[in-house]
Design a protein around this ligand. Structure first.
Ligand code: PGA
Length: 251
């Protein structure tokens, strides 16, 4: 059975006190209301990880980070290593978010190195892929997403590949209020799974593929009902406890 996952990507929001308040609300609502098996993950800014991680102890919610460096340690001023994330209780790391690809020029090759480092430290990458509107309109969106997956993941052994979570996030849907329709999401998720199966065979049936891009309590149910959509990576709506928990309850 594929794991159902709803991961909140707080991005560069929530100073410590606000983050602790949000996490506390989510923990309490999840405890009181969530009866399904979905795994919730809170991907907070680095500065909140340790403290939010302490709050999450004993809850059913996992701690996630939004990025890490590819190297183990050393002279990389301002960077954070996978080992450091692990030391504060992180279990999941978002890699290759389109904002990092766009603003920080992260390439598929650099992301392949990050994937290796995250796996080596026993953490789970949430590997993001997704096309721009221009690529979709040109009809090259399937090829583009496949190349992101091939170039960053296809060097992995089957054992390592089986630890990866994928997040499909069409760039035109992120933070725009313009969600992919459930048909568009399902179509791409199925293409992704087929592409992964071409390399890893049956293991691809066990890969959780999350949808991200303006997912909210109003559309989550329909998206999550799609055969190949195994949950969501939630940006804006994860900053409101009520919305985020309602999304978790949408399975
Ligand atoms: P959004 O962001 O839900 O605000 O569109 C999703 C993401 O960027 O992970």
């Amino acid at each position: 059975m594929r794991k159902k996952i709803v991961a909140g990507n707080w991005k560069m929001n929530k100073p410590l006190e606000d983050g602790l308040k949000l996490a506390t609300e989510v923990i309490n609502m999840v405890k009181d209301e969530v009866r399904n098996e979905a795994l919730a993950v809170l991907c907070t800014p680095f500065t909140n990880l340790y403290s939010v991680g302490k709050l999450l102890e004993g809850s059913k919610i996992a701690l996630g980070a939004q990025n890490c460096h590819s190297k183990d340690s050393g002279a990389y001023t301002g960077e954070i290593s996978a080992e450091m994330l692990k030391s504060v209780g992180v279990k999941y790391v978002i890699l290759g978010h389109s904002e990092r690809r766009e603003y920080f020029k992260e390439s598929n090759q650099f992301l392949a190195e990050k994937v290796n480092t995250v796996l080596k430290n026993g953490l789970t990458p949430i590997f993001c892929c997704g096309e721009s509107l221009d690529q979709r309109e040109k009809g090259i969106h399937f090829d583009f997403v496949n190349s992101q997956l091939t170039e960053s993941l296809f060097h992995l052994s089957e054992a390592d590949f089986s630890k990866i979570v994928i997040a499909y996030e069409p760039i035109w849907a992120i933070g725009t209020g313009k969600t992919a329709s459930s048909a568009q999401a399902q179509e791409m998720h199925e293409k992704i799974r087929t592409h992964l199966a071409g390399k890893y065979g049956k293991a691809a049936q066990e890969t959780s593929i999350l949808y991200g891009g303006s997912c909210n309590p109003g559309n989550a149910k329909e998206l999550f009902a799609c055969k190949d959509v195994d949950g969501g990576l939630i940006g804006g709506a994860s900053l409101k406890s009520r919305d985020f928990v309602d999304i978790i309850k949408s399975f």
